[in-house]
Every structure is written in C-alpha cells, then in structure tokens.
Design a protein around this ligand. Structure first.
Ligand code: SAM
Length: 325
C-alpha cells in the first residue's frame, strides 16, 4: 500500500526541521517542495521517496531487514490484547512511561516501529531512523502517532548535537559492522541530562554457535530465497522437535541435540517463529557482547548513573548536566 502525504505529516515535523543537519556541511536543512530537505549551504538534496526522507542512497547490508519488516509488518506490533513489545521495552531499557512523556526521543534502527509504538503510546515524540526500507513500514504503522521515520545510518545521523532527551536502540547496533563505534556515535546527540539505552545480544550463552555457522552462508542468499527455504525448514524442525519430546527417555536429549545444531525459533505462533528464525539467519553482521564491554563504552562516552535492565545485555546511562572536566 503506498504511503500518502497525510500519513507522513505529523506535529513532530516542525521539531524535526529545527534539529536536522546536512550530512556533508552540518548546515541546518530547509524543506523543499517535494517534502524532502535541501541544504542551503552546499545544495545537497535529501529527497522524500515513497513518503520517507532518505539520508542514505541504498539499504547497503541491511536489505534483508527491509524484506523482513515489509513481510512481517505487524507481527510484533502491540494491540489491545497483546502487550509483548511493551514488556520487551521495559525489560530492555528499564525506562518507565513517565520518563518518556513529552520527551523528544530517537529510536535508532526502528524496524517496523514496534518500540516507537510503545514510546509514542507513553507520550514520547519519536523520530525513528533505519538504514533499511523498514522506515517505510514504521511510518505506515504509526501514521497517526507523534512519529517521523527517516531512512538514515547510525554512523551518519542527520541531527544537530544535543538534540534528544532519550535515545534508545534495541536489537540493532550488534547488526552493524562495528557495534562499539555505533554505540559511541550516539552520545553526542543527547541533551545534557539525556538518557541513552541500548540492548545488545548477549555473549554469555553459547546457544548461537551453530546458527552463527549456518549464517555465514545464509546471509549471502537473496532474502526471498532464504525465506522460501525457511518456510519448509522451520515447520519441519519445529514439529520434529515437538514430536521427539513426546518420546520417553531419549526423545528430549535427541530433540535438544538437533535443536542445538539446527536452531529454529520455538514460539507457539507460526508467524512469530518464522520471523525470529529469519532474523537469526539473514543478517550479515551479528556480534555478541558482555556487560563489561558495554559499561566500558558508556564510561568512555562520559555517561553516568549507569544501570542494567532485566534482559542482558541492556545498559542505560545519563549524559551529565554539566560536562565532566
Ligand atoms: C533486528 S532489527 C530490530 C528492529 C527494532 N529495533 C525491533 O527491535 O523491532 C535491526 C534493525 O537495525 C537496522 N539497522 C542495521 N544497521 C543499521 C544502521 N547502520 N543504521 C540504522 N539502522 C540499522 C536494520 O535495518 C533493522 O531494521
């Protein structure tokens, strides 16, 4: 479904214009007639294409995510009966609704917008950026919210320094070529007193060893091809696992061994199972981290008041009100 002009306009647009900066000369951007932006200093244009302003010229290594979020555009989106993303938001950031209310928030790697949905429901005014075409899906999913999606790269963000009250990034920065550099790129965009919260894959358990092995090959496949293979493999291994577990004595260990070598997600809901398994096998980059590492990065950025949240590896920290000497 194409995105209409009305869907991508929001009251946030004026705030956004005040903080948007040219990637090349850092000048303040002006809107152009097509709804995109242009730099008055160096004439660089940032066009609006299919309803989204583009600060990158391609999805680069993130094309599989573009495919994934277009294909599973609502699977993880909360609704009246299901509040799973809200639970994840709490467990991965430790941020409470009252901390987001009225705040200008940056969602780094927003995907199809499930966490921005929570943040806007809690009263945050959210700018979501994503390297992939998932930004289009987020804009569509959150068309009625205080939300603007941009296609942009965490390593080249089009914002003035000290623009945001809260920046969060969940399940994203370990999918970049350099997770440490990606985390460290974010602190400069925090206002004094602003909070950065990240959730990264944990390096503590080793369940992922085999999926990492297979992923060396699977990430090179076209997303459509990999998805086609998984449409057969995921139900096969899932039902094999369920069947074996009913066999007394040997069933459990055999099922465990097969799952270890050929991991597929074991959620009850078939669509969620497919989505999460595709998400394991498709990304080019997928690093794992420890609290020790991430605390060192946060300290190096000068953030203080460091906390962990419930799900490893989740760390948040605050930009000092006064710069440290
Ligand atoms: C696993 S998805 C997570 C999406 C969302 N945060 C969620 O949890 O539903 C990872 C997202 O990170 C985005 N991403 C990867 N590298 C990025 C980069 N350099 N800049 C911005 N987004 C990036 C991908 O396009 C993808 O949508």
């Amino acid at each position: 479904m194409p995105i209409t002009e009305e869907q991508v306009q929001s009251p946030l647009s004026a705030d956004l214009q005040a903080i948007l900066r040219c990637l090349h000369c850092d000048a303040r951007l002006e809107s152009d007639q097509s709804g995109g932006f242009v730099c008055p200093a160096c004439q660089r244009a940032y066009p609006k294409v299919n309803g989204i302003v583009r600060f990158v010229d391609a999805q680069h290594y993130a094309a599989s995510f573009g495919f994934q979020w277009h294909r599973y555009h609502k699977t993880q989106l909360d609704h009246d009966e299901v509040r799973e993303s809200e639970q994840h938001f709490l467990m991965k950031t430790g941020l409470r609704p009252e901390e987001l209310k009225g705040k200008l928030v940056l969602d780094v790697g927003c995907g199809m917008g499930r966490f921005a949905e929570v943040a806007t429901r809690w009263g945050g005014r959210v700018v979501g950026i994503d390297l992939s075409a998932a930004a289009e899906v987020a804009a569509r999913n959150l068309a009625s919210r205080e939300f603007v999606a941009l296609q942009a790269d965490v390593f080249a963000l089009p914002f003035a320094a000290q623009s945001f009250d809260i920046i969060y990034s969940m399940g994203v920065l370990h999918h970049t070529p350099d997770c440490e550099a990606a985390v460290k790129a974010l602190a400069k965009y925090l206002k004094p007193g602003g909070v950065l919260a990240v959730w990264l894959y944990s390096g503590y358990n080793k369940w992922y060893r085999f999926s990492d092995f297979w992923r060396r090959y699977t990430h090179k496949m076209r997303p459509e091809t990999l998805h086609g293979i998984l449409r057969i493999a995921v139900p096969f291994f899932y039902h094999l696992d369920q069947g074996l577990r009913r066999v007394p004595v040997v069933g459990g260990p055999v099922a465990g061994a097969i799952h270890h070598v050929f991991p597929v997600n074991r959620q009850k809901e078939p669509e969620a199972r497919m989505l999460d398994t595709f998400d394991w096998y498709s990304p080019k980059y997928q690093s794992k981290h420890t609290y020790e590492q991430v605390f060192r990065w946060f300290e190096a950025m000068g953030l203080e008041d460091l906390h962990v949240a419930e799900l490893p590896i989740s760390v948040r920290g605050r930009n000092p009100l006064q710069p440290t000497k």
